[in-house]
Design a protein around this ligand. Structure first.
Ligand code: G6P
Length: 369
């Protein structure tokens, strides 16, 4: 079994460390750098068809739903099409506004999640065409979809999704480029710039993984907390949600993800000297805003674990703990930020002695409603 785990103690840790390779595989053979475009071999939607959509609906469950929330930012930013994100079990019973001008995007690692499959069928019955982002080749959702973008992360064994998640983000980025190029909101030059950002990610991820030992130390200090709050803003709000989910899933500690700016409308009441607050504060357009949210936490005695860009003295001075990602990966910084959060959940769980790869009550894929 140790061999299967490639020398790692758990599949989850192995899969976290496989992420740079997984992303290289997601990208492999798909870049058309000269044209500033990408080639998605199973998309099965022509440029002409891609121009027919006036709405995008992304539907998924669990971690894949968090990827969907990131996808909304990418697609709206670059394609200027309204994107709605829904949880599959909600979508299927909601009389959704979906028609033949709607592109549905289904995200599912396994391609077998019952609610996501049902949501896809529901959309189809209303005339929507769809694209599935799946990891498992020839899975039910992949087979029934109009088109597929496979993530090619390789088999994911740990119940808590890691490499499948980051490759879903990459697949969404690829889909954004393709759609934007087809409908004309992304020109060749912009497409090239986006590809340039993308190809930097695997090496940046490798650098980010060097944080592992530091995260383990942080985990030791906070492992006995009863609750954690995770704050992020904009495109990194879903990353906060995902960080909280990882901790819940494998360490059984209650954790909540929240948009940093919304904290004052509720969760701030929870903050005291026992409350670790993980704040995602990379240098981006909302940096100053998140910094002031962080100060609000500190002022109430909260214990801030800041995930920030390397060399950020200002954050380091204010937070109890900082974990730095190597550099600003632009829009793809979300991928880098995911790593310390995965590792934090992992180490807390290991220290608590839970069954990291097979957490209680959870299944790798939920094929019943
Ligand atoms: C289960 C798994 C999660 C996963 C979710 C959706 O709850 O434990 O890790 O995110 O299903 O799975 P899918 O295969 O559709 O992405």
């Amino acid at each position: 079994l140790m061999a299967e785990k490639g020398g790692y103690k758990h599949f989850m840790l192995k899969e976290i460390f496989e992420q740079p390779r997984a992303i290289r595989d997601t990208i492999a053979g798909r870049l058309r750098e000269e044209e500033g475009d990408v080639y998605l071999e199973d998309l099965r939607l022509s440029d002409c068809e891609l121009r027919e959509f006036d709405r995008i609906c992304i539907v998924a469950c669990g971690t894949s739903w968090h990827a969907a929330l990131v996808g909304k930012f990418l697609l709206e930013e670059h394609c200027r099409i309204p994107v709605e994100v829904d949880i599959a079990s909600e979508f299927r019973y909601r009389n959704p506004v979906v028609n033949d001008r709607t592109l549905m995007v289904l995200i599912s690692q396994s391609g077998e999640t019952a609610d996501t499959l049902a949501a896809m069928r529901e959309g189809k019955s209303r005339g929507a065409r769809n694209v599935a982002i799946c990891n498992v080749v020839d899975s039910s959702i992949a087979r029934e979809a109009t088109g597929v973008v496979y993530t090619h992360a390789g088999p994911e064994i740990g119940v808590a999704s890691t490499k499948a998640f980051v490759t879903q983000l990459v697949a969404l980025y690829l889909l954004t480029i393709r759609l934007g190029r087809a409908i004309g909101t992304i020109d060749a030059e912009r497409g090239q710039a986006m590809i340039t950002e993308l190809v930097k990610v695997p090496a940046l991820l490798e650098k980010t993984l060097e944080i592992n030992d530091a995260v383990e130390k942080t985990a030791r200090r906070y492992m006995n907390a009863r609750d954690f709050l995770y704050l992020g803003r904009g495109i990194n709000y879903p990353i906060a949600l995902e960080g909280a989910l990882k901790l819940k899933e494998i360490s059984y500690i209650h954790a909540e993800g929240y948009p940093a700016g919304e904290m004052k409308h509720g969760p701030i009441a929870l903050i005291d000297e026992n409350m670790p607050v993980v704040v995602l504060v990379p240098r981006n357009s909302t940096y100053e805003k998140v910094l002031s949210n962080m100060e609000e936490v500190v002022a109430r005695g909260g214990r801030v674990i800041a995930i920030c860009s390397a060399g950020d003295r200002e954050v380091a001075d204010k937070a109890e703990e900082t974990l730095a990602i190597p550099a600003d990966g632009g829009e793809l910084t979300s991928i880098l930020l995911s790593v310390p959060l995965q590792l934090l959940a992992y180490h807390v769980a290991v220290l608590k002695g839970t069954d990291v790869d097979q957490p209680r009550n959870l299944a790798k894929s939920v094929t019943v409603e």
